[in-house]
Design a protein around this ligand. Sequence first.
Ligand code: NDP
Length: 285
Amino acid sequence: MTAKIISGKQVAARIKESLKNEVGLLKSKGILPGLAVVIVGSDPASRIYVNSKKKACEEIGIYSEEYALSEETTQEELLRLVRTLNEKKDVHGILVQLPLPNHLNEKEVINTINPDKDVDAFHPINVGKIMLGEPDYLPCTPAGVMELIKESGIDIAGKECVVVGRSNIVGKPQAMLLLQQHGTVTICHSRTKNLKEVCKRADILVVAVGKPQIITGDMIKPGAVVIDVGMNRLENRKLVGDVEFDSAVNVAGAITPVPGGVGPMTIAMLMKNTVKAAQIQLLSK
Ligand code: NDP
């Protein structure tokens, strides 16, 4: 039997549709949610991500503005822009597209964003709130993964959840969200011994490594829910995940494709956070 394919594209479309209504409601109260997107340099992948985010804003009716800075931008110039955006009344969310060129200090930039406008949820205050289980904003990719797990129909409580990857952007917050839903969570990384055995225990397996097809069908428990966060561009330009889809689909109970899985969800959750930012700032007026 082959796995149910969880379409992130469809779930994201549903979420964006309901956000349109919320934006309409905010507009009727005189508030137009606004997102500022900052991109530094000319990394082609970053450009694609920024364009998709702007397109999603248009679809939903969110106002967006883009600041495309040159590769040579200094730290001080970038910080000055962030501080200006922090004060700008028509901007409710600020997104600085990562990675930044090497000469810039990402941590300092993130720490300068007003936590109320930090729709990526990367600021230490927002990370702390996630740890405490009291988030204003959920980190976009892990929150998108949670929606896809929900879509699979599995109840997380008490299940063996394995997260492969421990980055601050995906792996660590992912583990925290699964824990908050009462999963029994294991986090794997590059020093994990017996990756195969640990993965094979998982009822829910989330893979965020960045290595093409590192997880194969023989590492998956029959019937498991498999969420593939990885996005890897092969030499032939093909986009593949971290999971070898063709072998995994015959073992898993449900699985996300790449593309069309987690990617569209990340953007939908960014839109959700931007709408929430406008709501939070409306209440704090
Ligand atoms: P990072 O490079 O920051 O982290 C990768 C993690 O994988 C690290 O914790 C690393 O371990 C671990 N790892 C590396 N090799 C192995 C291995 N052989 N076995 C087990 N673990 C290993 O990546 P990100 O978390 O930022 O992203 C991961 C992937 O997800 C990438 O492909 C990225 O493009 C994709 N991504 C997709 C998004 C989407 O919207 N679809 C959004 C964000 C990311 P260690 O800590 O020990 O080095």
